[in-house]
Every structure is written in structure tokens, then in C-alpha cells.
Design a protein around this ligand. Structure first.
Ligand SMILES: *Cc1c(COP(=O)(O)O)cnc(C)c1O
Length: 710
């Protein structure tokens, strides 16, 4: 840890703080680094490890001489120590007899912070937020995932709107990971069999508050060069890469926990990518002489599966030839022949039989859930064929709607406002709707000032980025305008940021360009739109949608009021979900399993304007935002798009714009502030990971355990 760095004794514990991601959701802790050297903090991408390795002695000495700094330092460390020491957590007090009930949570991605590149998008953010909340609630919990040394790609847009992907290789010296070593101070390793070779992976730990994540890394000298890159990228490469990664995560992940002496009571597979973990647990029992059937019967009650994919094609499936190549030495160890093994996850596709990871996950688990009520229904219908004697409604897949981690996504400015009006300790009771009622009495002007502050902050950030690109990259001036330099913080601003997959219909708002033009350039009541998001590098249709949007917004007629911000990540997401006025989302229903960015927005008083899909189907109450379209789903996609686009323009023209500018001349009318209050008070408690993780504990992790449980 921080080898070669020596910190002044008085503030030496900055190193402890840097190696625990607790700081990422505690704004005072963030302030520490800003207070030492603001510019370096930004240059280091808000990475405290990188920062401490580079910070000048002079800056540290300056901090040492500042009483305010030392006061801040002591306060943050006291808070940090108290957090780690706290023995009266929600879990400890609610389930005192279940302290040893360890939950292992497997995920290909953990989106914890922008400085730690272990995520691609929504699934990763959800896992990261789940882990942080598990820490806050005091669960006995360990995450299992990968330590990618390149992570996901960084995005550049060419002058013609084409997405280009670049990869950066991170040095593990610069990220807050801790190598796991054995008693002889050797790296702890696990191995898995891949065709014709043994793959070695070493283990790292990252500390997230009270809980560890164990991360696997194949970049070790024992492996051939290709294998060293196996864990370089999130969802990189071809089918061989993917099945190999999933073998490392599933089988290697179980071996990793065993190597660390951990005995989980519950194994949670977050998406089907880690379903091989259950096979490995069965194999362990078969090796001890138990039959396959008996081993499966032991594994199922301790296995939880969360599905996230309402599109059949989105569920990972491997063709038989691949399964033969990777598993021909393995099924015998399960006590199965090829036929019975393949039957575990058999899916008959038009092009031939495949091995479905979600099917495997459903078969090896007892408790399964989708991530919103609507997604639960869709999943029950989609997987009904696995339960031939059961009607759709009775398919055993329940729903636990996603949430977001409040501390992570709440703007500091809003937190101060909530501190003032919700009463001390509100964060402890944030999932209680009562807590938020007091907000209704907060003075409008304070809410207006807080919202304006956050919008100015967003616009200033956007301009700084554009200026930096202008200087460093010599970008074409049109791209500088497209990057948001002409945005005005006093105008109604809509945010649209998400993955550019076709079903999310990123260009829907551009379907009728003339109508959009009139809206955006209305001289008295203009509208601004800010886009951001990546398309998967192999998703050509997704990249074309970005291009379509980009080509349009560059047109001078739009007067620079529509922008596309490159390289959507957690940092940019934070500015956007805190800074815009309206959060727009228009997926093709019912393909958005949940969506979480709208929850982050709502928490900050950014009002949602969305298709009634995923979480918004549950969250929308007629008053706390706006709906695009209704609950009908048309067979004909073009007709559905036309209908939704018409609704989108209607609501914008007749409701959203007039309400915002209602008191002529004022930005954010009194009616708008009422909307904000309704939005925050109804949505913040419900769509938090506080509510979500408690639900996982009661309905999935401890189901069947002790009093009060079914
Ligand atoms: C929240 C978030 C997502 C997921 O957003 P959706 O609403 O689920 O599309 C993706 N990427 C980043 C960087 C995020 O912060």
C-alpha cells in the first residue's frame, strides 16, 4: 500500500482513507483532497491513491499549517473510525442471531467510483451501490468480481459523429487495491482449467466501507500472453473470451472464497454470468461422494439469482461446440454424462441447441427475481417454458425493484438542504416515506437556489471540459459547440444519458426535427438538451444512433442548445443527474428492466419525464413527474415510436415548458418547485438501495431463517 510514499505523521492516515472506498460516499472526505490541492485532485481523476503518490510536500505542509484543514481531517477520521467500529448496524440489531450468515455476491462489474474502472454501465453501478449499502446496513457480505486493468473503453466522437473507442491500461499501484497474500507472503492464487492449459488468477481485495470485494486478475507471469489479457476488459472480445471469463468468475470465484477460508451461507448471482459458480459448488460435494442430485438439492436453497435482461437475445448462451471444448473434462466430475450436463441449460434455438446461462441460473437457484414489478412479470412470461406445469403468474420469479445508494448520488448542496429540513439523522431513516414529508415545508427559494447552483455547476463543468479539449486536442470549433459551450444555466435543461442501445431510442426526440427546432429555439422559452452515453464498441446500430443525434445537434439552427458530452462515466453522471432540470428516458416498453439513472435524478430534485417502463411504471403517481405515452405496447415498432414521439412533444410543449416558465421571466416557477418537492418526497425513500437491500435480506438472503420469516 502506497509504497514509496511517506506522509507527514499528523496526517498519515490519509493512506487508510484512500484504501477504503468509504470516502466516495462521504462528501467531507472528498473535501480533504480538494483542500490539499484542488487542481491535482481533478488531474488525478479524483483518485486518492494517485493523488497521494503525486502530491507535493509543499501542498501537504500547507495543509498541516491550516487549522481548518486539521479540523476537517480529524472530523473525517473520527467519522470513519466510528463507522467501522459501529456494532449497532441495522443488520446487527434486526438479525442478531445471523451474524455469521455470510452472503457472497458475484458480479462481472462493480461501479464504485470513476477512478476505479471495474464497470461498463447500469449493471455495474447497481452492484457497486448494492455493496455500499450492504456496508452501511452492516451485512456479512463479500463481493466477487474481476480486477480489470483496462476496464471499459473511453469514448471520443469524431467530427462526423462516429464513436471511437480507446483503452487505457491502469497501473494497480494507482488504484486502491490490496494484494491478498498467504502466510508466506506469497500472492494467493487460484486456478481453473481452460482447453489445453491451466489458467492462474491472483486475488486482490478492495475495501468498501465494512465489506471486502475479492477481485480476480489473470495478469500473472504463469499465464501465456493471451491469458494474461483475459481479465483486461469488461465484456471484451469474442465468445471464447466470454466463456473463459465466466469460468474464471464462477468456478475461480468459488475457489477464491475457499482459498480465503470463507464459507458463504448464501450465494447471490447478479445476472447469469456467474452461474458456473453453482456447478463448482456441486462438483465440490460430488468429490466428497455425494450424488449429483443430492448436491444440487443442497446448492439450490442457498442460491439466489437476479436476472436483468428482458430481451431473450440479451441472455448469454453458449453454443454446444464451445461447451464441449470447455467442459468435456468437467461434467464427469459432476457425475454427469454429456447429455445430462447439456440438459441442465438446454435451449433450442432456431440455429441449434445452446447452453443458456440464465437457464442454468434458474435451475440451480431457489430464489429468483427481476429488478422491477414489470420486469418480474416479463421474466415470468419469458421463462415460463422452464416450468411447463405452471401458469405465467405462478412462475417462481419475484421482483425486487432496484434502488440507488443515496450517499453516492446525492449532491452535497442538496444534502445540506435535507440536513436542514429533514432533521438530524434523516440519513438513518431515509427509506421511511415519513422522513421526507418535512421537505414539503421547505422554503421554495432555498430549493430554487440549490437547484440553480447545481445547474450552474454542471454548465461550468461542461465548459471547462470543452475548453480543455479545444486546447489539448485542437478540436474543430463545431465540436466545441457540440460539447456544450453555449449552454445557458438559466434555461430549462433536459438530460438524456444512458447506453446507446437501439431499444433505448436515443434519437426519438429528433423524430420530428422541425417541431424540436421550434421547441429548442423558442426565443422566450427555450429548451436545452444534453446527451451523453456510450454504445458497446461492437454495436453498430447503437453507434449509428449516436451519429444521427450528433449530426443533427451540430446544425447551427439549434443555436448550440443541444449538446453531446463524450465519455459518460460516474463523474459525468453525477454532474448530469444533479444538474439538469428534467431527466428524460424513452425506451421501448417493456425492454428497460429497471433503469436507475432516473432515481439518481429524482433524489436531487431533477424531475423525471419517462416512458412507463421499468421503475417509472411504479414510481410515477401522476404528480411527481411526467409520462411519455401510456401502457399500451404496439406490435408495430414504427407505430409505437411515432406514438411515443408525439406524446413526448405534446407533454413538453403543453406541460413541461409552460410550467417551468410559468411566472413570466422567472426560471423555475413556484409550480415547478412544487413538482420538485413531490418528486423528491415520493421517490427518494422508495428507490434507494436502503429499501432494496433490506428487501434482499428479508426475501432472499434470510428467507426461511428464524422468526418473522416465511
Ligand atoms: C446510473 C448509470 C447508468 C445506468 O443508467 P440507466 O438509467 O440504468 O440507463 C449507466 N452508466 C452510468 C455511468 C451511470 O451512472
Amino acid at each position: 500500500m502506497l509504497s514509496g510514499v511517506s506522509l507527514p505523521k499528523r496526517i498519515a492516515r490519509l493512506a487508510d482513507l484512500a484504501y477504503n472506498l468509504w470516502w466516495t460516499w462521504n462528501p467531507d472526505a472528498t473535501e480533504i483532497y480538494e483542500a490539499i490541492d484542488r487542481q491535482l485532485w481533478d488531474e488525478c481523476g479524483h483518485n486518492p491513491v494517485k493523488f497521494l503518490r503525486r502530491v507535493k510536500r509543499k501542498a501537504l505542509n500547507g495543509a498541516l499549517q491550516s487549522p481548518q484543514f486539521l479540523e476537517l481531517y480529524d472530523r473525517v477520521l473520527n467519522h470513519f473510525d466510528a463507522y467501522l467500529r459501529d456494532s449497532a448496524t441495522w443488520y446487527a440489531t434486526t438479525h442478531p442471531d445471523q451474524a455469521g450468515h455470510l452472503i457472497a455476491y458475484f458480479s462481472t462489474e462493480f461501479g464504485l467510483h470513476e477512478s476505479f474502472p471495474t464497470y461498463a454501465g447500469g449493471l455495474g453501478i447497481l452492484s457497486g451501490d448494492h455493496a455500499k449499502e450492504a456496508s452501511d446496513l452492516g451485512l456479512p457480505f463479500v463481493g466477487v468480481g474481476f480486477l480489470y486493468n483496462q476496464g471499459y473503453f473511453s469514448q471520443r466522437i469524431t467530427e462526423d459523429g462516429w464513436q471511437e473507442a480507446g483503452y487505457i491500461r491502469y497501473s494497480f499501484d494507482d488504484v486502491p487495491v490490496i494484494p491478498l497474500m498467504d502466510a508466506d507472503d506469497q500472492p494467493i492464487m487460484v486456478t481453473v482449467d481452460l482447453p489445453g492449459r491451466v489458467l492462474h488468477a491472483r486475488l486482490w481485495k478492495i475495501q468498501v466501507g465494512r465489506i471486502p470485494l475479492v477481485l480476480l486478475d489473470s495478469d500473472v507471469p504463469q499465464n501465456a500472453p493471451n491469458d494474461r489479457d483475459l481479465t483486461a476488459r469488461v465484456y471484451g472480445g469474442d465468445l471464447d473470451t466470454r466463456i473463459s471469463q465466466e469460468i474464471v468468475l464462477g468456478i475461480g470465484g468459488v475457489r477464491a472464497l475457499r482459498a480465503l477460508g470463507l464459507q458463504p451461507a448464501v450465494w447471490h448471482m447478479n445476472e447469469g454470468h456467474s452461474a458456473f459458480s453453482a456447478l463448482e459448488r456441486i462438483r465440490e460435494r460430488v468429490a466428497q461422494g455425494v450424488s449429483f442430485e443430492a448436491a444440487l438439492a443442497e446448492v439450490r436453497p442457498t442460491t439466489v439469482f437476479t436476472t436483468h435482461t428482458p430481451v431473450p437475445a440479451g441472455n448469454e448462451e453458449f453454443p454446444d461446440y464451445l461447451m464441449d471444448r470447455y467442459f468435456h473434462n468437467y461434467w464427469g466430475q459432476l457425475g454427469l454424462d454429456r447429455e445430462r450436463f447439456m440438459d441442465l441449460a438446454r435451449h433450442q434455438q432456431s440455429w441449434g441447441p445452446t447452453f443458456g446461462m440464465s437457464i442454468l441460473a434458474i435451475r440451480v437457484s431457489d430464489r429468483r427475481n427481476g429488478v422491477s414489478e414489470l420486469h418480474g412479470q416479463v421474466s415470468r412470461r419469458m421463462w415460463q417454458f422452464l416450468f411447463p406445469d405452471t401458469s405465467d403468474e405462478r412462475v417462481p420469479i419475484s421482483a425486487i425493484t432496484n434502488g440507488v445508494h443515496t450517499g453516492t448520488w446525492l449532491a452535497r448542496r442538496m444534502r445540506l438542504l435535507y440536513d436542514r429540513y429533514l432533521g438530524a439523522g434523516w440519513l438513518e431513516n431515509l427509506d421511511d416515506p415519513e422522513t421526507w414529508q418535512a421537505l414539503l415545508a421547505a422554503p421554495d427559494e432555498e430549493i430554487r437556489q440549490a437547484r440553480l447552483h447545481l445547474k450552474r455547476k454542471l454548465v461550468a463543468y461542461v465548459r471547462d471540459r470543452a475548453r480543455a479539449q479545444w486546447v489539448a486536442l485542437g478540436r474543430h470549433p463545431v465540436q466545441i459547440v457540440a460539447g456544450g459551450t453555449l449552454l445557458d444555466p438559466y434555461k430549462l435543461t433536459i438530460g438524456f444519458a444512458r447506453r446507446f442501445a437501439t431499444y433505448k431510442r436515443g434519437s426519438l426526440v429528433m423524430r420530428d426535427i422541425d417541431r424540436l427546432l421550434r421547441l429548442v429555439t423558442n426565443p422566450q422559452y427555450p429548451v436545452q438538451i444534453i446527451f451523453a452515453g456510450k454504445a458497446h464498441p461492437m454495436d453498430e446500430p447503437g453507434k449509428k444512433i449516436i451519429q444521427e443525434v450528433y449530426r443533427q445537434l451540430k446544425r447551427a439552427e439549434f443555436a448550440g442548445r443541444i449538446a453531446f458530452l463524450e465519455d459518460y462515466d460516474i463523474n459525468l453522471a453525477r454532474y448530469l443527474v444533479q444538474g439538469v432540470d428534467v431527466w428524460m428516458n424513452n425506451p421501448r416498453r417493456p425492454l428497460e428492466a429497471s433503469g436507475t439513472s432516473g432515481m439518481k435524478a429524482a433524489l436531487n430534485g431533477v424531475v423525471n419525464f419517462s416512458v412507463l417502463d421499468g421503475w417509472w411504471q411504479e414510481g410515477y403517481n401522476g404528480e411527481n413527474g411526467w409520462a411519455i405515452g401510456d401502457e399500451t405496447e404496439l406490435e408495430d415498432q414504427a407505430a409505437q415510436d411515432a406514438k411515443d414521439a408525439a406524446s413526448l412533444y405534446d407533454v413538453l410543449e403543453n406541460q413541461i415548458v409552460p410550467l417551468y416558465y410559468q411566472d413570466s421571466g422567472a426560471t423555475m416557477s413556484a409550480g415547478w418547485i412544487r413538482k420538485i418537492k413531490e418528486c423528491v418526497s415520493t421517490l427518494a425513500p422508495q428507490f434507494s438501495t436502503r429499501r432494496m437491500v433490506k428487501q434482499y435480506v428479508e426475501e432472499m438472503y434470510l428467507a426461511g431463517k428464524g422468526p418473522g420469516h416465511k
